[in-house]
Write a protein that binds this ligand. Structure first.
Ligand SMILES: [Zn+2]
Length: 439
C-alpha cells in the first residue's frame, strides 16, 4: 500500500525548485535534500499536492468555464479578516470562496469547508472535484440542484498549514502560522496563550521519535471558533480575558475559542453572511476496520453531533443550543450520506459514525449552535500516511454523497430520510494505530 518509488511521482514545480535550491545552498548532507517525507514517509502522495498557487489557478480556471454559474471571491486572508483584524504574519494567503448561487432566503443553502487542518488535503481534492462538477456541467442534474440550492465552497481554509515547508521540503501541518502576542491585543505580556496554541511548531510524525519540530508557531484553527460569533478578543474585557486564559479550568476545550486567527474569523464572516441550512466540514482521520466481524477498511466517518450540550457564553451569559429541527436535518444529511455509499458489500459502504463530542470551539460545533445542520466528514488517512492510489476512491466517498445531499435538498426528499438510519451507523471502533494521524 505504500508508494516507494519517487521516480513515479511528478513533482510540482515549486517542490522541485525547493529541492534544487536546498541541495545547492547547503553543505550538510544530513539535513538536505531529504526531509522527513522522503526518508520515512515514502507513502506520501506528492503528485496530488496542490500548492496554494496551483489551487488558486485551478479555481480561477473553473470560474472561467462555469458560464457565470460560479463566482470566485476572496473572503479574507490568513493574516487579515474582513472585520479589519490583522495578525503578525507578513505574508497572508487568500481564503477563497466559490459561490454557486447567492444567499437568497428562498433557496436552500449549503456551505462546505475543507483543510481547516492543513495536512488534510484529500478533502480539498474532493471539494475541488465538487466545484468542477458544478462549474463545468451543463447537465440537467446540476441545473436542477442549482435552481433550488445555493452552494458555497471554501476548499482551503488553512492555507498556511497546507503550504508549509520544513527543511526545504513541502510539509503540510495541522496548524496555522501565527505567534501568540498578547500585548498586541492589549493583554499583559505573560498572559497564557489559548490552549490550542502550538508554540514550538511541532507535528506528529512517523520518524524522529514520532515528532517533527518544524519551528513555526500557530493555532489549531478548529478550536478557535466561538458560538458567540461576534466575539472579538481585542474588544473584550481585558481583565476577564486574561483571567480566563490564565486558568486551566477555563482555558480548555469546554469553551469556545478566542477568534485569534484571521482564518476562523474569515470563515465565520462567510457563515454569518450566508446563514447556511447545512454546513459540511471535510477532515481526515486514522484507519479503522468496520467491526470485529467485518474487516472492511473504513473510508469515511460522519457525524451530525459535535455539540452535545448547550453553551453559555462566559462573557455575555447568552445561551446557545442546537435546535431540534436542525439536529434532525443534520442526522438526515448524514444518514443520506451513509446510504448513498452502500453498494453490495463494497468497501465504500463501510461507513462509521464519529463519536458524539462536545466541542463548541470547532467550526462544526459553533455553527451547529448557530442553526446549521452539520456534517463532519472524516476521510481515511492523512497527507503523511495516505497512499495515492486510494485518492480517487476516497474523493468519491465525498463527492457522491454530497451530490445526493444537494439533490435531496433540491427536491425536498432529504426530509423523508429516517433519522434512525443515522443512529444505526456503526460506531467508531477497531482503530489501527498510526502516530501521525489525528482527527
Ligand atoms: Zn481535521
Amino acid at each position: 500500500m505504500y508508494m516507494k518509488k519517487l521516480s513515479k511521482v511528478i513533482l510540482p514545480t515549486t517542490f522541485a525548485l525547493a529541492v534544487t535550491m536546498s541541495s545547492s545552498i547547503s553543505a550538510d548532507p544530513q539535513s538536505t535534500p531529504n526531509g522527513p517525507y522522503i526518508e520515512d514517509d515514502q507513502n506520501i502522495s506528492l503528485s496530488s499536492f496542490m500548492s496554494n498557487g496551483e489551487l488558486y489557478e485551478k479555481l480561477h480556471h473553473l470560474e472561467s468555464v462555469s458560464n457565470g454559474k460560479m463566482k470566485l471571491e476572496i473572503a479574507g486572508y490568513s493574516n487579515e479578516s474582513p472585520d479589519g483584524y490583522t495578525t503578525d504574519d507578513e505574508q497572508g494567503f487568500p481564503l477563497y470562496v466559490a459561490k454557486f448561487g447567492d444567499n437568497d432566503p428562498d433557496k436552500k443553502k449549503v456551505l462546505i469547508t475543507s483543510q481547516i487542518h492543513g495536512n488534510e488535503q484529500v478533502g480539498t481534492k474532493a471539494a475541488v472535484d465538487v466545484i468542477q462538477k458544478l462549474a463545468s456541467s451543463s447537465g440537467k442534474e446540476v441545473k436542477e440542484i442549482l435552481d433550488e440550492v445555493s452552494i458555497w465552497i471554501m476548499p482551503r481554509i488553512n492555507p498556511e498549514g497546507a503550504d508549509n515547508f520544513y527543511e526545504d521540503s513541502w510539509y503540510p501541518t495541522r496548524y496555522t502560522h501565527q505567534t501568540w502576542n498578547p500585548e498586541e491585543i492589549g493583554l499583559a505580556a505573560d498572559t497564557e496563550a489559548p490552549w490550542y496554541y502550538n508554540e514550538d511548531g511541532s507535528e506528529r510524525a512517523q520518524n524522529n521519535d514520532g515528532r517533527v519540530v518544524y519551528g513555526i508557531p500557530g493555532y489549531d484553527e478548529n478550536r478557535d471558533y466561538n458560538p458567540n460569533m461576534d466575539f472579538a478578543i481585542e474588544d473584550a474585557d481585558k481583565e476577564e480575558v486574561a483571567e480566563r486564559l490564565n486558568s486551566r479550568s477555563t482555558n480548555n476545550s469546554n469553551y469556545g475559542g478566542y477568534y485569534v486567527t484571521a482564518e476562523a474569523r474569515t470563515v465565520t464572516s462567510v457563515f454569518k453572511e450566508f446563514q447556511p441550512d447545512v454546513y459540511v466540514d471535510l477532515h481526515h482521520r486514522g484507519f479503522n476496520t468496520l467491526s470485529d466481524e467485518d474487516n472492511r477498511s473504513v473510508p469515511l466517518q460522519v457525524a451530525a453531533v459535535v455539540a452535545t450540550q448547550e453553551y453559555v457564553d462566559p462573557f455575555t451569559g447568552q445561551t446557545y443550543e442546537v435546535d431540534e429541527d436542525v439536529q434532525k436535518l443534520a442526522k438526515q444529511v448524514n444518514a443520506l450520506t451513509a446510504l448513498s455509499l452502500q453498494k453490495g458489500n463494497s468497501h465504500f459502504g463501510a461507513v462509521q459514525k464519529y463519536p458524539d463530542v462536545n466541542l463548541p470551539g470547532t467550526a462544526l460545533g459553533t455553527f451547529a449552535l448557530n442553526d446549521a445542520a452539520i456534517m463532519l466528514m472524516e476521510i481515511k488517512g492523512q497527507s503523511q500516511t495516505l497512499g495515492q492510489k486510494q485518492n480517487g476512491m476516497l474523493k468519491e466517498t465525498v463527492t457522491k454523497p454530497l451530490f445526493e445531499v444537494f439533490k435531496g435538498l433540491a427536491d425536498g426528499s432529504i426530509h423523508e430520510v429516517d433519522t434512525q438510519v443515522y443512529d444505526d451507523i456503526p460506531e467508531s471502533t477497531n482503530r489501527i494505530s498510526d502516530p501521525t494521524t489525528r482527527d
